[in-house]
Design a protein around this ligand. Sequence first.
Ligand SMILES: [Ca+2]
Length: 445
Amino acid sequence: MELNHFNAARVLAYAGIASITRRFTAKIALSLAVFLGLASLGYSVEAQAATGPARIAATFSGTLSVKEGSISATWVNVRSPVASYSISGNRIGVVDNNGTLFVQEGGLNASWVQVATGVKSAQVSNNRIGYLTSSGYLYVKEGSLYAPWVLESSGVSSFALTDKRIGILCGDSLFVKEGSLYAPWVLESTGVSSFALTDTRIGILGGGTLWVKEGSLYATWVLESSGVSSFALTDTRIGILGGGNLWVKEGSLYATWVLESSGVSSFALTDTRIGILTGNTVSVKEGGLYAGWTTVASGANTVKLSDGAVLPVDTHTPIGRLDSASIFTPTRPTTILVTGWALDRDAPTSPIRIHVYVGGPIGTRDVEVYDLLASTIRNDVAAAYPGTGNQHGFDSLIVTNKRGYLPVCVYAINIGSGSTNPLLQGSCQTVYIAPNAPVIDPQAR
Ligand SMILES: [Ca+2]
């Protein structure tokens, strides 16, 4: 790893000039970002609780529409064209006709982030995103949409994932891992044509026969049914489709099957809802297995369901925002000005450190990393977060050696409780530096 030619002493001197106006600061306090070289920040999952609205998704001739909350909520067109999609919690993953994967996180009107290209199929969970290439490579990331991809396996024909487990079908052999992205694979079965998994269950279909196990990866398989063409699992339900008849059982693996509907072409299942596609009509039932069906759409091609989003209830992870990242002035074309704020409620009145990544999010090859303290005056932040004081702003200069279109991504560094160094809202923002831009002495006038 090579450090760039960043000259800290010169820019420190420059940071003293006072002939410019800032948006937020009465007192100008430009600070200096100190180059760290390449660094890595740890990601991990915070304690989670609370449930957001459940969702129903359907495609209509390549347009994906989603409704959230009540079954009778209004459909929202979220994206088009859509070749395939996946929903979980407050995330939606969409693969377009060119094999590009986009993910939306948050509300149905949240912006879409392009996370991968060359995608054959993809799946999202609350905390993970996985995609398979047409040459059989499976990549998974955990945490932020901008987290680095981890190559999980080659030779994969299909996969499934949850926040805790990943399953891959290699030929007719099913392997599953549990825990971290780097956990070892466990061979579950051979002779598998398709499979599904949840945090607590695994189901395999081979020769039309469905087996399910519950508990650990080493639990015993239970024969569920033969004559099965497709199936779905949740932690409390199993659904099977055979000859157009949908049967669902609830509770233990040995519970009784209930005939839900006939003439079903495909279906989806959560712990509290069942969705079916009959012809092009989508019907959903909510509650017990004997509840009535409600028709929610016609002209549909697919249906999927998701449980409510798992929303973090967390006052320990830092919060903040990247307000802007821009080239400082036309006369200093390699100097980036970043502004925003960050604070940690474990030490509410103390300034905290932030790391500015120039060239891409954490994990990007050869990304430059700068460390600085968010300590300038932001009275608007003080007003919005009472009790935190007003010294949480940043308004800082970075002289980069990189050229071209450069994503600028800012992470807050946690103090005290909380183990995540989150990407600030508003990140990443892209600046452009011409390939031939000269490094102007920051002290030049
Ligand atoms: Ca904290």
